[in-house]
Design a protein around this ligand. Sequence first.
Ligand code: SF4
Length: 83
Amino acid sequence: MAIKTVWIEEGCIMCNACDAECPDVFLVTDTTCMIKADVREDGQESENRDEKSLLKAEHRDSLADGIKAAASGCPVEVIKYEE
Ligand code: SF4
């Protein structure tokens, strides 16, 4: 199923697993994990926790498997999404 939005809850330990799994969506920095601007309707780069910006329509299907894999592989379960 397509994913409408994805965000990062507090508690990321910067392990880089999501970045390796789905680099089109996730960017791990020194302090947290960001949802990349390119895939977001609002064009911002942040954890998307407050904004809950939607993914651009053209990415919702194509990135769904990668986002789900990243979420299930996150060791602290902070990657959340809505289908
Ligand atoms: S997999 Fe989870 S803990 Fe690891 S960098 Fe990504 S969001 Fe952070």
